[in-house]
Design a protein around this ligand. Structure first.
Ligand code: UD1
Ligand code: CA
Length: 454
């Protein structure tokens, strides 16, 4: 049966004590809802509906262009009421998978198992064994072990409260059937809400089977209600990601001080020191070593490259055998060929640095093309901005830029050219020659330092 996914995301999240809607709170740098959408995307469902309400248009705006069908639940009258809002758009012959926007770590495998155990006459609910199920709905079974209903904690009697098998809230059922069951819901319960969980009783009454699929871990079905739980899930996510990378062979000096927040591809024998944050898509080649306190975002690092401590690397491609840092910053669109050395307090932006070139200290290279085997002296600055426009600098192969040079773009330094230290270069410097711009040094004879007057 074709699948439609419905994600409930209209709730307020009062306990977050935040002006940001709960499902937009960040986990690993992305909104909670984004994690749920990613898990759902793995199922390749033809349509995904998100029921939103609290926080208004902020929520759809945060996911513009993602092809989601947004369904407004203007007033929140319970989980059953929320699902009802999406149903008119879903064909009867679909299976409907209900997810929660605030249960972000749910795994694709688990969702696939849940969907696989639902059918035209079978409802599948995802349950979890909780040592302390306070607050959760309980899965009630009959003497033969069949699921007969779900009772909310607030509506449960003492015997039902003693049940540990709890409702995660996620379920899968036939759309046609669900429409009928939802229409029969009543709100005469402790919270005066239309409970989605009551479709279980309706299903059993109409002769359908209800399967409870038990989630493999508690973590993946944990919901976020306050900032404490958000931090706990962040830690769980951090642990999951570090574990996966260690099992791929990466040496992580301290998994509790390592954050992989997006997809990471690694070669063999990669070493990652403490306090490293990887964001967006990151690719680390064979034998890459990343020192302490490094942030790498949407970048690629070539084989055998060493990233020394305290670097920030964003949207850069760093070739093999490079040394970068300590304290180097790469801004978007920086490309380093093989064997480049970029040292401390060097900023590189929208530039290409050729094979074997070096800029080891206190330098800004912006909108610049650097050839091969160039030596850029300490304190060199490409003056790329005239207050209105950005201009390019080109430095030819084998050039030597003396320390403290200002290269005022647009400007070209020819191959093999030498620029004298301290020069402000405003005209192209020809190939193979020394260019310098410097006032003559004088020495004042018989000059005396002033003396302090009493
Ligand atoms: C629900 C389940 C409970 C389960 C628990 C797991 C029901 C009646 N109860 O309870 O059995 O153990 O989840 O966490 O379903 N939402 C809407 N619109 C609404 C109400 C809720 O979109 O009108 C959304 C919320 O934003 C949230 C999700 O549905 O993402 C769950 O709602 P919540 O109020 O947290 O349900 P619980 O009372 O915790
Ligand atoms: Ca909840």
């Amino acid at each position: 049966m074709p699948l439609s996914v419905v994600i409930l995301a209209a709730g307020q999240g009062k306990r977050m004590k935040s002006d940001l809607p709960k499902v937009l709170q960040p986990l690993a740098g992305r909104p909670l809802l984004g994690h749920v959408l990613d898990a759902a995307r793995g199922l390749a469902a033809p349509a995904t509906y998100v029921v939103y309400g609290h926080g208004g248009e902020q929520v759809p705006r945060a996911f513009e262009g993602s092809g989601i069908h947004w369904v407004l639940q203007a007033e929140q009258h319970g989980t059953g009421h929320a699902v009802m809002q999406a149903m008119p758009s879903i064909p009867d012959d679909h299976l409907v998978l209900v997810l929660y926007g605030d249960v972000p770590l749910v795994q694709l495998d688990t969702l696939a198992r849940l969907v696989a155990s639902a059918g035209p006459d079978t409802v599948a609910v995802l349950s979890v064994m909780l040592p302390d199920p306070t607050g959760y709905g309980r899965i009630v079974r009959d003497g033969a072990g069949n699921v007969v209903r779900i009772v909310e904690h607030k509506d449960a009697n003492a015997k039902e409260r003693a049940i540990h098998e709890s409702n995660t809230g996620l379920l899968c059922a036939s759309a046609g059937r669900l429409k009928g069951w939802l229409a029969s819901l009543r709100n005469d319960n402790a919270q005066g809400e239309y409970y989605l969980t009551d479709v279980v009783v309706a299903a059993v009454r109409s002769g359908c089977r209800v399967n409870a699929v038990v989630a493999p871990t508690q973590t993946e079905v944990l919901g976020v209600n306050d900032k404490l739980q958000l931090a706990e899930l962040e830690a769980a996510y951090r642990r999951q990601r570090a574990t996966a990378l260690m099992l791929e062979g990466v040496t992580i000096v301290d998994p509790a001080r390592f954050d992989a927040r997006g997809p990471v591809t690694v070669g063999r024998d990669v070493l990652i020191d403490v306090n490293v944050v990887l964001e967006g898509e990151v690719k680390l080649g064979h034998r890459v070593r990343v020192g302490p306190n490094v942030v790498i975002r949407d970048s690629e690092i070539g084989d055998d490259t060493v990233v020394f401590p305290n670097c920030v690397i964003e949207r850069a491609v760093i070739g093999p055998g490079c040394n970068v840092g300590p304290f180097a910053r790469f801004r978007p669109s920086s490309t380093l060929d093989a064997g480049v050395h970029i040292g401390n307090f060097v900023e590189v932006k929208n530039s290409r640095i050729g094979r074997g070139s070096k800029a080891n200290h206190l330098t800004y290279l912006g909108d610049t093309i650097v050839g091969e085997k160039v030596n850029v002296g300490a304190g060199t600055i490409t003056c790329n901005y005239d207050g209105a426009n950005k201009w390019r600098t080109e430095i030819g192969d084998g050039a030597f830029i003396g320390s403290g040079a200002m290269l005022v773009a647009p400007v070209k330094i020819g191959p093999g050219a030498t620029i004298g230290a301290g020069s402000t270069i405003t005209k192209d410097a020809p190939e193979g020659k020394l260019s310098l711009e410097r006032s003559r040094q004088q020495t004042i004879e018989h000059w005396k330092r002033p003396e302090k007057k009493c």
